[in-house]
Ligand binder design. Structure first.
Ligand SMILES: CC(C)(COP(=O)(O)OP(=O)(O)OC[C@H]1O[C@@H](n2cnc3c(N)ncnc32)[C@H](O)[C@@H]1OP(=O)(O)O)[C@@H](O)C(=O)NCCC(=O)NCCS
Length: 236
């Protein structure tokens, strides 16, 4: 399915040479031929990620598995034909978890990646160790959550990114709204996601789009957006 719309907005508002700037923007499902551009977006968006900063084979393997998976929907946003933003929405969390070894690629390639980027590898190991050591407190929710919003009743936003030169134009917001529409069409009640504690830009984006912070775990902060939101839910 293809959604097509026009965005009457640019990062600086109205362009000086025109009364209004109209960029044609299209959101569509990603295809195999989009992988090269998607890797480019991720390399820019995640400078501390071993997966994206490494040679492209591991990243290509990751996208190949994602694109052939029935567990996710992968949307790309094109401006003038170029991919400038993307999202990965998980529909089946159990399947996504089972497919993880396939996405990660062979051990030898990952070891080589770690040797090539020792600093990034060390950061990753540190993050993994912290996440194992730090217990998650399931009792300290910051919002009141309905009981029936388990994996069958929600989707999970695994990835969202905008190319650095195209930020602030509402593109990530458009992808978030696309995810809301898809989640609603599937009859699910909520979208959840996790964001790193120090990612202030992304946290502001999610708050702006109605996501409520509900708990911190060892890997970051979890946010949820309910499609038929409970007015009693208060943001922390
Ligand atoms: C977070 C990200 C996806 C936002 O993309 P974007 O296309 O610029 O977002 P939009 O233009 O739709 O929304 C902009 C809104 O997001 C928030 N925001 C984004 N970046 C921000 C920043 N650096 N500081 C503060 N707020 C920020 C603001 O609420 C802003 O709204 P405003 O312009 O009215 O203030 C983009 O910065 C990115 O790709 N970051 C790197 C990857 C990443 O961190 N992804 C999220 C992983 S959980």
């Amino acid at each position: 399915m293809c959604s097509k719309f026009k965005l009457h907005r640019c990062s600086g508002g109205i362009h000086p040479s025109m009364n209004a700037v109209v960029s044609e923007v299209v959101i569509k499902r990603a295809e195999i031929c989009d992988i090269g551009q998607m890797i480019g977006v991720c390399r820019q968006a995640f400078p501390r990620s071993l997966l994206w900063q490494n040679d492209r084979r591991l990243a290509r393997q990751w996208w190949n598995v994602v694109l052939s998976s029935k567990a996710v929907e992968n949307w790309v946003l094109r401006e003038a034909g170029e991919i400038v933003a993307l999202s990965v929405l998980i529909l089946d969390e159990a399947r996504w978890a089972r497919e993880q070894p396939l996405r990660r690629g062979p051990l030898r390639a990952r070891m080589l990646a770690a040797l090539r980027h020792p600093l990034l590898a060390a950061c990753r190991i540190a993050r993994l160790c912290t996440s194992r050591l730090k217990p998650v407190s399931e009792t300290s929710y910051s919002v009141q959550l309905p009981t029936d919003w388990g994996p069958a009743m929600r989707t999970w936003l695994a990835l969202i990114a905008t190319r650095s030169d195209k930020r602030g134009k509402g593109y990530a917001g458009c992808l978030l709204e696309k995810c809301v529409l898809r989640t609603a069409r599937l009859g699910r009640r909520a979208i959840a996601l996790r964001v790193a504690c120090d990612n202030t830009g992304a946290k502001a984006l999610y708050k702006k789009h109605g996501y409520l912070f509900y708990i911190s775990d060892a890997k970051g902060k979890l946010y949820v957006r309910f499609l038929n939101i409970n007015p009693d839910c208060q943001n922390a």
